[in-house]
Structure formats: structure tokens, C-alpha cells
Design a protein around this ligand. Structure first.
Ligand code: CTP
Ligand code: MG
Length: 399
């Protein structure tokens, strides 16, 4: 079986619009989504597709700013990036980008910077279709609303069959020669490149787009993109620039029978039987450590506090939690919050619950900690007062 050669493709990112509908206080591509701009996020997806050349088209005067953003988004990858000033229409900006394409490029993807969250998978689908022989390819999503044709007086003229409609997105891919020729012959302004190429008489084929590749046009689109950045699983977004919080779970059990007094949830409990364990047997603290490490993808308590670490023999919650916070920090995370539940007949937590929360929170650098306690109706080892179990969940947030 023979494979079509992988296209040598470049991406032209059009980012020269003024963003009049967004009213973001400046050109749209330079408006912040989180601590990064729309252009930065768009370029993350572009760079992941590994084009042979990236052309960024920006408003005149913003070339140096765009260059800084590109360097940041490339994260040290030496990708060939060219930056040029755009025109007064999107079509003119596309033409300005095409003008600086390298000779060896056979396929060009035109991408709106405003589709900042377009996933790498959309780029891959478009490129694969060109590789399979298509001359012009666009990603599109089905239209969900019922569409009406409306006249100038605001009267419905006709219903339009939704099943025949698709909403076009970018990146749109073209054999370079076809797009260049279509631009030369054009006598009207088209809002996308496929319309231009179709007007020149070429077939345009469709691959699946992605709802996440929507165009940021209005302030509500901007809010949607901002919300997505904190909630969408990282696998469907360009990574690793997208900061996504992560949760983790941890449990621990210790039996009564240790020496001295009980230590639990970071507190000393005079008069209560001690728990046994390599350290002080504080099942609450250990469950929290496991939950935090799991959330950050850093293994578990045995990875970092095993019996080969004599400095943690007999250590209390404070030492475990402080070291965990440090491990998280080194890996780029901070603690969001922690919730822990103790299952035990003794000690009785009601009177010291708030004190436990404060102590654990202080050990975690001030992150919120909730402690709850329950008994098990006399069932199981906790019901027989043989030991204590603790269950924790934790949220960690990128620094
Ligand atoms: N674009 C461009 N040059 C132009 C106009 C638009 O490069 N003269 C780019 C925009 O930067 C955007 C994409 O084309 O990434 C889609 O255009 P649109 O969403 O309309 O962006 P703006 O033109 O900036 O917004 P508006 O129409 O609200 O002013
Ligand atoms: Mg526009």
C-alpha cells in the first residue's frame, strides 16, 4: 500500500482585525483570555500541528508584540515564523500572508486567530484530507438552530432546511496555487477563503470541525472562551498552555496501638489511644498528602515519604503537608482546597473540628481545608474501635 506524501504545509494566522464587535480596548487578537492573549492560545494549536512555516498577519505597528507572543507560545521550538502587517479586509490580510510563503510550501492553512481554542485534532483532520488528495478543505459543524430567510422588513421569507447547512470554521486548507489564483481573480470581498475558492470554481470538501473552535466575536464569546479554559479537559485543548485544575483522591487507615498520645488531623489528643505507623499514624494528614500528590500526578505518599526517609519517622502532619506543598510548587501547582472525612468512633471531632481545619490549612499555606467526621454504626474495624480511616479529595491549580 502506498501513502500520499504528507503535505508540506504552512499556516497563515490572520490576526489583523480590529475587533470592533468585541470592543476589547484594542485589536482582538491581543485581548487577554487568561494571562495569555487570544493570539497566544491560537498559536499553541498552530504550533502543535508542526507546520513548516507560520505566518502571522497583524495590524501594522504590532509586529514586535506579535513576535514576543509567538516566541512565548513556541516554548523554545525553533519554528520558522514570519510576521507581516495586514490589510483593511480579512481577504487583504490573507493575501499579505500568502505573499511571504516559502517556495517549498505546497499547502496553506488559513486560520483565524479569533478561533483561539481550535484543537490540534481539527488541524490534523484538515491536513489528512489534503494528504488524501483534496484541493480545498474546510472544517465545519452542523447548524443547530432552525434557520429562516428574513427580508429587509424583518419578515420571514422562507425556512431553510437545516440538514443542508454547516457552519464553516478554520483552519481551512488549500493547495497554494489554487488560493493564489483565486485571490488574483477576485472581484468581491469574501468572509472566508473557501467562498473565494468556490467562487473560482473549485470543489471544497468538509471535514468535522469542533464546537470549541468557535470564533470569538462578541464579549459573550470571550466569556465562553475564558470559562472553557478553566473547565475543558486538557486532552481536547492545545496543551500544555491551557491551565486546567485537577482533582485527586487519597485514603489512609491506621490501627490503634502506637506509643504515646494520639496525633490526628494535625492535633494532639491527650488521653486518646495512639495510632501505630511509621510516622505518627495521622491517617487524616496522610490521606490529604495522597490526594494532593494524586491531583498533581506526582505519585503517592510512598513515592516521597517511604520508610527510606528517616526524617519523617515520628513526624507530624505539619512536616508532611509542608513538604507536599513544596513538591507541588516545584511541579507548578498550588493547593486549591481539600476536603477530608474521618471514619472513627474515637476521638470525637465535634469540639475540635474547626481547630483541625485551621491547623491543616496553616500547614498547607492557607488553602481551605474542610474536615468532617462520621461513625459507622458499629460496623467494620472503625465500628469496633480498632482504628481510624480517612478519605480526602483535593483540588490543585496551576501556578
Ligand atoms: N482579520 C484580519 N484582517 C482584517 C480583518 C480580520 O486579519 N482586516 C482577521 C481577524 O483578526 C480574525 C479573523 O480575521 O482573526 C476573523 O475576523 P473577525 O472575527 O471579523 O475579526 P475582526 O475583524 O477583528 O472583528 P470585527 O469584525 O468585530 O471588527
Ligand atoms: Mg471582521
Amino acid at each position: 500500500m502506498t501513502h500520499a506524501p504528507h503535505p508540506r504545509f504552512a499556516v497563515v494566522v490572520v490576526a489583523a482585525g480590529s475587533g470592533t464587535r468585541l470592543r476589547g480596548g484594542g485589536p482582538k487578537a491581543f485581548v487577554a483570555l487568561d494571562d495569555r492573549s487570544i493570539l497566544h492560545h491560537a498559536l499553541r494549536g498552530v504550533f502543535q500541528a508542526r507546520p513548516v512555516q507560520v505566518v502571522i498577519v497583524v495590524p501594522a505597528g504590532l509586529e514586535a508584540t506579535a513576535s514576543d507572543i509567538a516566541r512565548d507560545a513556541a516554548e523554545g521550538d525553533p519554528l520558522p515564523v514570519a510576521i507581516v502587517a495586514g490589510g483593511t479586509t480579512r481577504q487583504e490580510s490573507v493575501a499579505a500572508g500568502l505573499a511571504v510563503l516559502h517556495d517549498g510550501v505546497d499547502t496553506v492553512l488559513i486560520h483565524d486567530a479569533a478561533r483561539a481554542l481550535a484543537p490540534a485534532a481539527v488541524f490534523e483532520r484538515v491536513i489528512a484530507r489534503v494528504g488524501a488528495g483534496a484541493l480545498a478543505v474546510i472544517p465545519a459543524v452542523p447548524v443547530v438552530d432552525t434557520i429562516k430567510r428574513v427580508d429587509a422588513d424583518g419578515r420571514v421569507v422562507a425556512a431553510v432546511d437545516r440538514s443542508e447547512l454547516a457552519a464553516a470554521q478554520t483552519p481551512q486548507a488549500f493547495r497554494v496555487g489554487i488560493l493564489r489564483a483565486a485571490l488574483r481573480g477576485v472581484d468581491a470581498d469574501h468572509t472566508d477563503d473557501a467562498a473565494l475558492v468556490a467562487a473560482a470554481g473549485h470543489d471544497v470538501v468538509v471535514v468535522d470541525g469542533d464546537a470549541v473552535a468557535f470564533k470569538i466575536t462578541t464579549t459573550s464569546d470571550l466569556e465562553r472562551a475564558r470559562a472553557l479554559l478553566t473547565t475543558v479537559p486538557s486532552a481536547s485543548l492545545p496543551s500544555p498552555s491551557v491551565p486546567v485544575p485537577r482533582v485527586g483522591i487519597g485514603t489512609d487507615v491506621h490501627g490503634f496501638g502506637g506509643d504515646g498520645t494520639l496525633w490526628l488531623a494535625g492535633l494532639e489528643w491527650p488521653g486518646e489511644r495512639a495510632l501505630s505507623g511509621h510516622s505518627d499514624g495521622d491517617a487524616v494528614a496522610h490521606a490529604i498528602v495522597d490526594a494532593l500528590l494524586a491531583a498533581a500526578g506526582l505519585g503517592d505518599i510512598g513515592t516521597h515519604f517511604g520508610t527510606d526517609r528517616p526524617e519523617f519517622a515520628g513526624a507530624h502532619a505539619e512536616a508532611f503537608l509542608a513538604h507536599t506543598v513544596e513538591l507541588l510548587r516545584e511541579a507548578g501547582w498550588r493547593v486549591g482546597n481539600v476536603s477530608v472525612q474521618v471514619q472513627a468512633n474515637r476521638p470525637r471531632f465535634a469540639a475540635r473540628r474547626v481547630e483541625a481545619e485551621r491547623t491543616l490549612s496553616a500547614a498547607l499555606g492557607g488553602a481551605a481545608v474542610s474536615v468532617s467526621a462520621t461513625t459507622t454504626d458499629g460496623l467494620g474495624f472503625t465500628g469496633r474501635t480498632e482504628g481510624v480511616a480517612a478519605f480526602a479529595t483535593a483540588l490543585v491549580v496551576p501556578l
